[in-house]
Design a protein around this ligand. Structure first.
Ligand SMILES: Cc1cc2nc3c(=O)[nH]c(=O)nc-3n(C[C@H](O)[C@H](O)[C@H](O)COP(=O)(O)OP(=O)(O)OC[C@H]3O[C@@H](n4cnc5c(N)ncnc54)[C@H](O)[C@@H]3O)c2cc1C
Length: 414
C-alpha cells in the first residue's frame, strides 16, 4: 500500500506534534507516525519552563494546561554546603511568570490531539522501520510497520522528531554518540514527599556529584523525582544510575529528608538525553531533525521541552517555506538557524557543566546566590537560557511582500 504526503513526521513528542500542528494548520498534508499508542508514558521530569510556556502561548495552546496541571512559581537550588537559593519567575521580561509540571503522558497526548484536530493524520502504534533508498538526491519516503504489517509512505520531506535515539537520524548517520553531549537520567513518581510547594527543586548535592537530582511537585504530596548525570562524567567517577538514585534518596543533606517517608508509585525508569546541539547533525537531503533527535536539550538544566517546541516550530516554518516555494535548498537554512539561536549558549552551557559542575565550585556559587537575590536571578536566567529575547521564528521567512504563512493553503500539483 502506498501513501503520499507533503511531510511525514516521525515521533509525536512535543517537537513532532508542534511541527505537525503548524504544518497541518497551514494546509499541508501531514502524517505523524508514532511507535506507541496514546496515551503513552515518556520518561521525563515533566517540568515545563516559562520559556516553553511562552511557546505554547504563541501557539494558542496554553489554555490546555491552565487549571489542569500544577503551576510553578520558580526554582529552588539546594547545595549541601551552600544553602538554598530561590529564584522566582519571571526570568526576563519576555517570559511568563509561571511554569507547570505536566506529566508527559497527558501533555504529549494533548499536543498530539491538537495536531490531529489541525488536520494531521496520526498513526500511533506504527513504528518507523527504514528510509527508502536515495533516488535523485533525495529520500522518496519511508517504511513503517505494525505487528508484522509494513507500509510504504511517500513524502516530499521527512521530519525526524523521534527523540534522542532517533532511528531516522541513525539511518542517515546523523547522530554523534559523544559522551560530552549525552546524559542519562532516571525518574519515578513518588507520593508522601515532604515540604514540596509550587517550586521546582534542583539538588546539585555533594553526595551525588557530578550528578544532580530533582523533585518537581505534582500537588498533594506527589512529585516527579529523579537523578541524572552526563556520560563523560564516568571518566572521572564510577557512576551508576541505580546507585545514584539510592544515594539521592538516602544520603543527601536536603533531598533525603524530604523523601524519607515517600513511596515510589512505580518502578523508576531511565532514559537518555542528547544535549548541546552537537550530538547530531540536523539535516541531510530532504530530511531534517528536531527536538532531542537534533540534540536540542539544554546541557545545563537538562530541560528539553522548550527546545523541542521551538525547534519543532522552526522545522515547520522551514518545511512550509520549502514546500511553498517548491525549493528544497531552503532546508540549508535550518541547521544555520539552530546554531545561530542556540549554538553560543549551548556551547557555553556544555563548558559550564563540564568544568563547573563540581562541589568546590557549586557550593560557594550557591552560597553567594542564596544571599544575594540579584545574583541568584542572573544565575537562574543563565541556567534556563532566559537571558536574550527570542524573536518569533515566523519573522525569519515572512520576508516583505511574501507573508507565505497567510496565503491560502498550499497544494502541490500532482
Ligand atoms: C529523565 C528525564 C527527565 C527530563 N526532564 C525534563 C524536564 O523536566 N523538563 C524538560 O523540559 N525536559 C526534560 N527532559 C528532556 C525532555 O524529555 C526531552 O527533551 C523532550 O521529550 C524532547 O522532545 P522530543 O519531541 O524531541 O522527543 P520525545 O519526547 O522523546 O518524543 C519522541 C517520540 O518519538 C517516538 N519514536 C521514537 N522512535 C520511533 C520510531 N522508530 N517510530 C515512531 N516513533 C518513534 C517516541 O515514542 C516518542 O513519542 C528530561 C529527559 C529525561 C530523560
Amino acid at each position: 500500500m502506498k501513501e503520499e504526503y507533503d511531510v511525514v513526521v516521525v515521533g509525536a513528542g512535543p517537537a513532532g506534534s508542534v511541527a505537525s500542528f503548524l504544518l497541518a494548520g497551514w494546509g499541508f498534508r501531514v502524517l505523524v507516525v508514532e511507535k506507541d499508542l496514546f496515551p503513552r508514558e515518556k520518561v521525563c521530569g515533566d517540568g515545563i519552563a516559562p520559556r516553553a510556556v511562552h511557546s505554547l502561548q504563541a501557539l494558542g495552546l496554553e489554555g490546555d494546561l491552565e487549571g489542569r496541571f500544577l503551576r510553578t512559581r520558580g526554582i529552588r537550588f539546594y547545595a549541601t554546603h551552600g544553602g538554598v537559593t530561590e529564584v522566582r519567575y519571571p526570568m526576563g521580561s519576555l517570559y511568563p511568570d509561571h511554569g507547570y509540571v505536566a506529566p508527559r503522558r497527558d501533555l504529549d497526548f494533548i499536543l498530539a490531539r491538537r495536531a490531529r484536530e489541525a488536520g494531521a493524520e496520526l498513526w500511533d502504534g506504527w513504528r518507523f522501520a527504514e528510509l527508502m533508498p536515495f533516488r535523485e538526491g533525495r529520500i522518496p519516503g519511508l517504511v513503517v510497520e505494525r505487528e508484522g504489517e509494513r507500509r510504504e509512505v511517500r513524502a516530499v520531506y521527512i521530519l525526524g522528531a523521534d527523540g534522542p535515539l532517533s532511528s531516522v537520524g541513525r539511518s542517515l548517520g546523523l547522530l554523534r554518540n559523544d559522551p560530552l553531549y549525552m546524559g542519562v537520567s532516571l525518574r519515578a513518581y513518588m507520593t508522601g514527599v515532604r515540604g514540596v510547594s509550587d517550586f521546582l527543586e534542583i539538588y546539585p548535592e555533594d553526595a551525588i556529584s557530578p550528578g544532580c537530582g530533582w523533585i518537581f511537585p505534582l500537588g498533594g504530596g506527589r512529585a516527579n523525582v529523579g537523578v541524572g548525570f552526563m556520560l563523560y562524567a564516568r571518566r572521572f567517577r564510577d557512576l551508576n544510575l541505580n546507585r545514584l538514585w539510592e544515594t539521592f534518596l538516602t544520603r543527601t543533606r536536603y533531598a533525603a529528608e524530604k523523601l524519607a517517608s515517600a513511596e515510589t508509585l512505580e518502578r523508576p525508569r531511565g532514559a537518555i538525553l542528547r544535549v548541546g546541539l552537537k550530538g547530531s547533525c540536523p539535516r541531510r537531503a530532504n530530511v531534517i531533525l528536531a527536538g532531542d533527535a537534533a540534540s536540542m536539550t539544554n546541557p545545563i538544566s537538562g530541560e528539553g521541552i522548550t527546545y523541542a517546541l521551538e525547534s519543532g516550530r522552526w522545522a515547520a516554518e522551514t518545511l512550509a517555506a520549502a514546500l511553498h516555494r517548491g525549493n528544497s535548498d531552503i532546508l540549508e537554512i535550518y541547521p544555520r538557524i539552530l546554531s545561530w539561536y542556540y549554538g553560543r549558549y549551548f556551547h557555553q552551557g556544555t563548558l559550564a557543566i563540564r568544568y563547573g559542575n563540581r562541589p568546590e565550585f557549586v557550593n560557594p556559587l550557591l552560597f553567594v546566590t542564596s544571599r544575594f537575590s540579584r545574583l541568584g536571578d542572573k544565575m537562574g536566567r543563565f541556567l534556563m537560557n532566559c537571558r536574550r529575547s527570542f524573536p518569533s521564528p515566523a519573522s525569519f521567512f515572512s520576508l516583505p511582500g511574501e507573508p507565505w504563512a497567510e496565503r491560502p493553503p498550499y497544494r502541490p500539483t500532482p
